[in-house]
Design a protein around this ligand. Structure first.
Ligand SMILES: Nc1nc2c(c(=O)[nH]1)N[C@H]1C(S)=C(S)[C@@H](COP(=O)(O)O)O[C@H]1N2
Ligand SMILES: [Mo]
Length: 183
């Protein structure tokens, strides 16, 4: 009994360490060209919406999925500070990288079509969201994003004016986002 146990323990520790070190977004890809994003959390176990909870996003994947804020908050998340170009206001945003949404919907590698409540459509290139943590933000400065600040869901680009100049990317900062799917 005892000798068996002591042989099990190192194995268990090794497994635990492995689980903690892997990229939470590794699933579905082993391409070495992928950038490593810094996540504030990995994916939690999926759970159903409670009755009456509003659906904020339709993920137009292979099996379309309707997600509430609570469900979005359970997905892998990144957080960074950047300036919203239309508001000219700087926020610490948190949200789901488009890359993780694309993996979940099984359209990773395809350009993404984002649609908004006002009928606006933005296309976000695979080469942008795969290499950079372009996010679907649901939180700004620790709070849900009010509609006056272009929430509840808004597309946010990393603060890199050379890679994502407002002149050419401004139209991809879609706000009032209601769906994300393949182009
Ligand atoms: N939901 C939504 N997002 C949108 C738009 C829009 O009309 N609706 N316009 C886009 C375009 S084309 C640009 S240039 C900027 C415009 O923001 P502004 O009109 O506040 O300058 O937001 C982008 N995001
Ligand atoms: Mo625009």
């Amino acid at each position: 009994m005892l000798p068996d146990k002591s042989r099990l323990i190192p194995g268990f520790i090794l497994m635990a360490v492995t689980l903690v070190t892997v990229d939470p977004a590794r699933a579905g890809s082993s391409k070495s060209t992928r950038a490593a994003f810094t996540y504030v959390q990995g994916a939690a176990t999926p759970f159903p919406a409670s009755a009456g909870e509003p659906v904020l996003l339709t993920l137009q994947g292979r099996h379309p999925e309707r997600l509430t804020l609570r469900q979005l908050r359970a997905l892998p998340a990144v957080r960074y500070t950047t300036t919203q170009p239309q508001l000219q206001e700087t926020f610490e945003y948190q949200g789901v990288p488009l890359r993780d949404l694309a993996r979940r919907g099984q359209f990773d590698g395809q350009d993404i079509r984002v649609t908004a409540d006002d009928g606006f459509i933005a296309i976000i290139r695979a080469s942008d969201y795969q290499q950079f943590p372009v996010m679907l933000a649901y939180q700004a400065n620790g709070r849900p994003i009010p509609d006056l600040k272009k929430g509840p869901l808004t597309i946010v680009f990393p603060p890199d004016p050379n890679r994502f100049p407002v002149r050419t990317y401004g139209s991809q900062w879609a706000w009032y986002v209601t769906s994300v799917g393949p182009r």
